[in-house]
Design a protein around this ligand. Structure first.
Ligand SMILES: Nc1ncnc2c1ncn2[C@@H]1O[C@H](COP(=O)(O)OP(=O)(O)OP(=O)(O)O)[C@@H](O)[C@H]1O
Ligand SMILES: [Mg+2]
Length: 119
């Protein structure tokens, strides 16, 4: 997953590590608390990257009081994203999380021209 971001030009390792945490927490939640097959999608629009994880359960994730067994995943996601929301998806749901903007003001250094060239 981090290598996908690298191929897309998102070279900042600290930022990519945060994306990996969001992916991991969302996929873990879908497997542990959701149902059916789990689908991960990553979209990139310049400095904006969106991680979506769908599962077959229509139960909506809710923050809960942390205890010895967990309850920290959504708090972590909240800290690492601009916002996140849940949408209906094929009888189940999809959680979409907008990652904090990519830290390089010149944007991802892509070769395809969608990011800007570094001076
Ligand atoms: N994909 C999901 N489907 C249904 N319920 C969910 C889903 N994701 C989260 N939830 C609900 O939201 C609660 C809070 O999720 P959160 O990730 O914060 O905690 P956790 O998964 O219980 O523990 P931790 O992530 O710290 O191991 C979960 O306990 C669960 O009840
Ligand atoms: Mg969790």
């Amino acid at each position: 997953m981090v290598s996908v971001l690298q191929v897309w030009g998102y070279a900042d390792e600290g930022w990519a590590a945060d994306v990996a945490v969001v992916v991991s927490e969302l996929v873990t939640n879908a497997v542990q608390h959701g149902a059916g097959s789990v689908v991960l999608e990553i979209e990139a629009y310049g400095d904006q990257v969106i991680v979506s994880v769908a599962d077959g359960s229509s139960v909506v994730p809710r923050r809960r009081e942390p205890d010895g067994r967990g309850g920290r995943g959504l708090a972590l996601i909240e800290a690492l994203t601009r916002r996140w929301h849940v949408e209906e998806h094929q009888g189940g749901k999809r959680v979409r999380a907008e990652i904090q903007g990519y830290p390089d003001p010149w944007g991802p250094a892509t070769e395809t021209g969608s990011g800007r060239e570094h001076p």
